[in-house]
Structure formats: structure tokens, C-alpha cells
Design a protein around this ligand. Structure first.
Ligand SMILES: [Zn+2]
Length: 436
């Protein structure tokens, strides 16, 4: 991400090599991981910054951080946090796939940012990490504080339990990220990280707008962490081998985390075809709890879905307009190094007709019109004897190429020049000097 923070680049190249080697050697755990997981590695998001940092000796805290246009890519993503904070203020539960609601940008998107947005929209990612240097901590969303306060404001997502677990999965498998005895990177905060297991909520550390981590969580089904992998942003070559050893288990273990929770297929009970764009809603009913996780994920192209969850009891509902919802109770165990529990959902299509008695029927069941409207959802309309006219809520639509282009192409940006006013309305966040 930041061109002068180079360790991740080397680690990912080594990781690719390691995975292939262990696979060929017949390592059962690595074979199983590769067979169960689609893994994407992007060693560098900012090759121009890396070149500049490298050409200038790699020792400056900031030179090479930005891209060739002097833009910090981890501040250049659309600010979807603002949309959810506004939704929350308006008592709207909607907290996922928010690109549809985006109508303005703080600044034009850089080519690197656009390319990554396309990637995240086109491929159904489940879990990811973006790698940095300058500190040693696993940072989880949100990065942007709710109030705009610059630091010390713990800003949890609806998936805080899961994100804390994901961050701990990395830190506790790293050589000393989670060790309370290790020294910090020079400021007071770093030592605090070690004492809290090597993890931090992003906004609790310092708030930032336009980061990739929050964007990915709020625009797609993906859960992302920001990994700070060392005090030294540009470590010398002779420590790379050791750094690999320190991070190897954590990297592999982290990829395994894409298999926590549940996965399955949502399908049409009549045609047996997979249903894309179905909403998967979770209620946590562990112990005395009975709370909705207000962050839905959606099924993708073949009706398949993946929902990361911590161990516990959950009520999981799959629904889509035009179908009766289906709820299942699930106990999540999360056995290590194995694939997620599989839970499928069979959705029964709603077909409406008027019976001679004047009531509405669903496959022979008589229901009142009010009940039918409730089932069919507020976007549906009942017209005469025809079937329900259902519309897929726009936010759960699978992101097609055209849709992506309409959101991030140049025309979109050019048509939104007036957004600069909006940016001025909002208090700029002055970043602390020690940027990671
Ligand atoms: Zn960074």
C-alpha cells in the first residue's frame, strides 16, 4: 500500500514460494488449505512509491509513501464510513454493500485505487489484509471514528467479536506481536498494543478517512485487517529471512481464518438452482445474547455464501424478495485447520393468486393481503391476480462490470466536481506525524 513500507512485498513473494513448495512436498495442512481456498496475493499496490523509496535509500519515513501523483492511496478510497454513520443516525440498519449509496468523493480516485476497487467488487473476497510497516500490530475496523475525533475513540463494527478474533489470529501466531514483554516502536501507544495482545481498533489508535480496510468491509462481503509488520518500514535485506520466520505461521494461519463461521448455498427449492444476491442475516443467540449483527453478507454468483463468525449459537436467515425466508439455528465450533461448517438454505418461491373466496393464496396457504405484503417486502407490489412484482434491493446486486465502471470511471468523477464543497464542510482530520 505505502511504497516505502516494503516488508509485505517480500513476505508475499516468499509466501507464494512457500505455499507451492509445501504443496509439492505433500504437506497435508498446506495441501488442504490450497484445495479449500482461492488465494490472491498482491505484493505491491504502489510500485511507483516503492521505486522512489528504493532509489532514495529507503530510509525516509515518508518518501515513497504516496503514489506518483503524491496521493496517499490509503486515504483515497471512497469514504463509506460517513454513509453508515449517517445511516445509524437516521436509524437505518443498512450497513453493507454501500457503494450504491455513494454519490460523492472527497478527491478523484487514483489509478491504483480504481484497480483495487474493481478487484474487490469483481471477486467475492471473504477475508483480506493490507500490509504496512512502521509499527507492530494487527489493526481492525473501523479506522474512521464516528465523531471525527482524531484518536482514542474505539469505533467497533457490528462484527467486532469476529474482527478481534481475526486480529488475534495474526498477532498470536506472529513471533512476538502479542508478547507483552516486547519493546514498542518508540511511542507510548506501541507498548500498549503489546499489552493488549498485539491488536488495536483502528480509530482507537488514530482515525483516518478513505482507507481500504473500511471500504472493503462496507462495500463487499470481505473482512479486512491492516497489518503493521514492524517498526522499520524499509528493513535491510539481511533481516528478511528472519522476518519471514517471524511472520510465516501468522500468514498461513490468517489465510485459514477464511474458513471460520459458516458457508453454504442458497438455492431455489423448486428449480434447485443457486440464488445469487440473497441476503444472509445473523442473530447472535449465544448464552443470554439475542442481538442482530447489523452487517449482512450476500450470496454470490452460484448462490454460495461465506459468513465469518466466532464460536457460538446463531440464528441465520437467508432471504430474497420473491421467496419465503428460511431461518436455521446453527452452533459454530470453528475446528482449526478445517473448512467451515456447511449450512444450505432452500428458499421457496412465492407465487400469489386470488382464491375464489377473495383471499390470497401462497401455494394453497391462505394468507391475508397484509401478511402477504409483509412477506413480499416493502418493495413488492401486488397487482391483480399476477404474481408479486419483486425488485432486488439495489445494494445487494452483484457488482457487474458496467455497474463498477459507472461508480468509478472518469465520467463519474467529472460529474461530481461539486463534491469539493462537501469535503470542505467536513472537518479535515489532521493526521499525526507518525503515519503507518
Ligand atoms: Zn502504511
Amino acid at each position: 500500500m505505502h511504497g516505502n513500507e516494503v516488508l509485505g512485498r517480500e513476505l508475499l513473494l516468499k509466501l507464494a514460494d512457500y505455499l507451492c513448495e509445501r504443496y509439492m512436498d505433500g504437506d497435508p495442512q498446506i495441501k488442504s488449505l490450497i484445495q479449500l481456498t482461492r488465494i490472491h496475493l498482491m505484493p505491491s499496490m504502489n510500485p511507483d512509491g516503492w521505486q522512489l523509496a528504493t532509489d532514495t535509500g529507503g530510509q525516509d519515513y515518508l518518501i515513497g509513501r504516496t503514489n506518483n501523483n503524491s496521493i496517499d492511496l490509503n486515504r483515497n478510497f471512497p469514504d463509506l464510513d460517513k454513509i453508515i454513520f449517517t445511516n445509524e443516525d437516521d436509524h437505518i440498519d443498512h450497513n453493507n454493500h454501500l457503494l450504491e449509496q455513494l454519490s460523492r468523493l472527497n478527491e478523484p480516485l487514483q489509478p491504483e485505487t480504481k484497480a483495487v476497487i474493481r478487484l474487490i467488487m469483481q471477486i467475492p473476497f471473504v477475508l483480506s489484509a493490507n500490509i504496512h510497516g512502521g509499527d507492530l500490530v494487527a489493526n481492525y475496523p473501523y479506522d474512521e471514528s464516528r465523531s471525527g475525533r482524531q484518536k482514542d475513540e474505539y469505533t467497533p463494527t457490528p462484527d467486532d467479536d469476529t474482527f478481534r478474533n481475526l486480529a488475534l489470529a495474526y498477532s498470536t501466531h506472529h513471533a512476538d506481536m502479542a508478547s507483552p514483554k516486547r519493546k514498542g516502536c518508540g511511542d507510548v501507544d506501541s507498548n500498549r498494543f503489546a499489552k493488549q495482545g498485539g491488536i488495536t481498533n483502528g480509530a482507537k489508535w488514530y482515525s483516518l478517512q478513505g482507507g481500504m480496510q473500511d471500504f472493503n468491509y462496507l462495500s463487499s462481503n470481505d473482512f479486512e485487517l491492516t497489518l503493521e509488520l514492524g517498526c522499520d518500514k524499509y528493513p535491510p535485506e539481511n533481516v528478511l529471512e528472519n522476518e519471514w520466520e517471524r511472520n510465516k505461521d501468522a500468514l498461513v494461519h490468517y489465510i485459514w481464518q477464511s474458513h471460520i463461521g459458516v458457508k453454504g448455498i442458497v438455492y431455489d427449492s423448486v428449480t434447485k438452482e443457486g440464488i445469487p444476491n440473497a441476503v444472509i442475516h445473523i442473530k447472535n443467540i449465544t448464552g443470554e445474547r439475542n442481538d442482530d449483527i447489523q452487517h449482512d453478507i450476500t450470496s454470490v454468483h452460484n448462490g454460495d455464501f461465506y459468513r465469518l463468525l466466532t464460536p457460538g449459537n446463531y440464528k441465520i436467515t437467508a432471504y430474497r424478495d420473491g421467496y419465503l425466508p428460511h431461518t436455521r439455528l446453527v452452533t459454530i465450533i470453528n475446528r482449526p485447520y478445517s473448512e467451515a461448517q456447511r449450512i444450505d438454505f432452500s428458499l421457496k418461491p412465492i407465487t400469489l393468486s386470488y382464491a375464489d373466496s377473495g383471499t390470497l393464496e401462497v401455494d394453497g396457504m391462505c394468507l391475508s393481503r397484509v401478511a402477504m405484503q409483509a412477506i413480499a417486502g416493502k418493495s413488492s407490489a401486488i397487482a391483480g391476480r399476477s404474481s408479486v412484482d419483486v425488485k432486488v434491493p439495489p445494494y445487494i446486486r452483484i457488482q457487474t462490470d458496467n455497474y463498477i465502471n459507472s461508480k468509478i470511471d472518469d465520467d463519474f468523477e467529472n460529474s461530481q466536481q461539486q463534491w469539493s464543497n462537501w469535503a470542505e464542510e467536513n472537518e479535515p482530520i489532521i493526521e499525526p506525524i507518525a503515519v503507518q
